[in-house]
Design a protein around this ligand. Structure first.
Ligand code: GDP
Length: 365
């Protein structure tokens, strides 16, 4: 075939002889079957996890994330058997808006943690992951150094379901990671919305990453998020950003003075650091160690963990009740009918709700 691109006038462009088109069906596909993942029994999962086998741990987490009832029942058994081996850890929540430098910082914090002979699991809660399939947070490629370390386990956000469901799965994953010997757990989330509350309810220390702005950096930060923070750190305090970061630091310190002393008795600290240039990483980590020692001493550590266990019990009950209700086909039909009646002003919203709930009570007896 003649290629016009090869003409003198298109000098610099040439068409090479190509290779023949590959068949779309891979003739070797059948032979791959033997590589199919082995499935394990509950005790094999538990043994593997206890021995710190990362691949078995990863597969068990996949079961937690699965919505199939048969996977869920194995997962629940594995979790229960792992439970006695958990708790001896430090759980840290890290939040900050996209671009604040969470992954760069976690990579740096993580390397610091590993140097101290700790084992680190990085999990994520990403409320947007239903759309992005969990690729925004916890992605291995975002933590280049950590991802090749054998004492680090990185897992992106579970992607399916409501925030409550996603958070519960992460809470359960913590249990497996701790049973596998990971004694430092980082839970990462984006600082935009409800997910901080979920993260706060499963960690010992909550770290808020901020950036120095133009002097009005306190704008746009929800008061609730600042109140949850046990430490606020201003990232990118490097180069000609150092002065601005110090200014932001004093703004945050002043703002924190306006809040009442948290229940823990710990006065949140504000530090500046640079995740990228690894300036001030020690100080950030010393602050966390100091906090843990402080709350272990005054009993708040234990108190908060108990509160969290209670919270997750009720969260799980609520989630299951809600799922059972809304997934019931009789209820789904009834809801459709009632909704229409409400919209046509034939029945009040409250009467409609009570009617559907009564039906549910009857059919679930
Ligand atoms: P994330 O979205 O919060 O996870 O943020 P990333 O860690 O992906 O960082 C966002 C951008 O900020 C990247 O281009 C990083 O290279 C840059 N960055 C992160 N930390 C620092 C830092 O300490 N100093 C400077 N100058 N840039 C940083």
């Amino acid at each position: 075939m003649d290629h016009i691109e090869n003409d003198e006038q298109f000098q610099g462009l040439s068409v090479n002889k190509g290779t023949s088109e590959q068949p779309t069906i891979n003739p070797y596909l059948n032979s791959f079957k033997k590589f199919k993942r082995k499935t394990y029994s509950v005790s094999e999962y538990v043994d593997g996890i206890r021995k710190g086998n990362i691949s078995i741990l990863g597969q068990a987490v996949t079961l937690i994330e699965s919505s199939k009832p048969e996977h869920q029942s194995i997962a629940q058994e594995v979790i229960e058997k792992c439970l006695p081996y958990t708790g001896d850890s430090v759980r840290i929540g890290i939040t900050g808006v996209p671009g604040a430098g969470k992954s760069t910082s976690i990579d740096a914090f993580g390397m610091h943690i590993l140097k101290k002979n700790n084992k680190l699991a990085v999990l994520a809660i990403d409320p947007s992951s239903e759309l992005t399939k969990g690729s925004i947070l916890g992605d291995k490629t975002r933590m280049e150094r950590l991802s090749v370390e054998k004492n680090a386990f990185i897992r992106p956000s579970p992607s399916a379901g409501s925030l409550g469901g996603v958070a519960r799965k992460t809470r359960e994953t913590i249990i497996l990671c701790e049973a596998a010997g990971f004694d430092r757990i980082i839970i990462e989330t984006v600082g935009v919305g409800q997910s901080e509350t979920a993260v706060h309810s499963m960690v010992d220390f909550f770290l808020l990453i901020q950036l120095a702005g133009t002097g009005d950096e306190l704008q746009g930060i929800k008061r609730g998020i600042m109140e949850m923070a046990d430490g606020i750190v201003i990232n990118k305090a490097d180069g000609n950003n150092i002065e601005k970061s110090r200014l932001a630091q004093s703004h945050f310190k002043n703002a924190l003075h306006l809040f009442p002393l948290p229940e823990s008795g710990w006065v949140p600290k504000v530090l500046t650091y640079s995740g990228y240039y690894e300036i001030g990483i020690d100080e950030v980590w010393n602050m966390i160690d100091e906090y843990i020692a402080f709350v272990k001493e005054n009993g708040y550590f234990e108190h908060k963990r108990n509160d969290q266990s209670r919270y997750w019990m009720y969260e799980t009950i609520n989630e299951r009740l809600k799922n059972n209700f809304y997934n019931n086909t009789v209820i789904q039909k009834e809801l459709g009918v009632c909704e229409e009646q409400v919209l046509n002003s034939q029945i009040s919203s409250f009467a409609a709700a009570n009617k559907v709930l009564d039906i549910y009570q009857k059919i679930s007896k």
